[in-house]
Design a protein. Structure first.
Length: 98
């Protein structure tokens, strides 16, 4: 998906043309898992962090109640061994964060 002309992410290195193309591979992997699970990319990301162990806690932020409900529901998402293996193989993001 392309970003609109006024989107602030257009100024971030990870969204520059070459980096964005490389980073699309990350989105594609997470989307495959989300499609298999019948859920959102955000839910998969939260469930993956939770699956890393009790020493890690995701801190999602939202301003919308429906996203809060979805974030809470992600705590019940059971990723399969196949899902976890695929997500653990996600490449590092290209480009600096800011």
């Amino acid at each position: 998906a392309s970003l609109g002309a006024g989107d602030f992410r257009n100024r971030l290195p990870r969204f520059a043309s070459e980096a964005a193309s490389a980073n699309q591979a990350i989105v594609d992997i997470v989307r495959r898992v989300a499609d298999r699970q019948g859920t959102t990319l955000a839910a998969v990301a939260l469930a993956w962090v939770l699956a890393q162990g009790d020493h890690l806690v995701p801190i999602p932020g939202t301003t919308k109640v429906h996203n809060l409900v979805a974030n809470i529901a992600a705590t019940e998402l059971a990723l399969t061994a196949e899902d976890l293996t695929e997500l653990d193989g996600v490449p590092m993001a290209v480009g600096t964060r800011y």
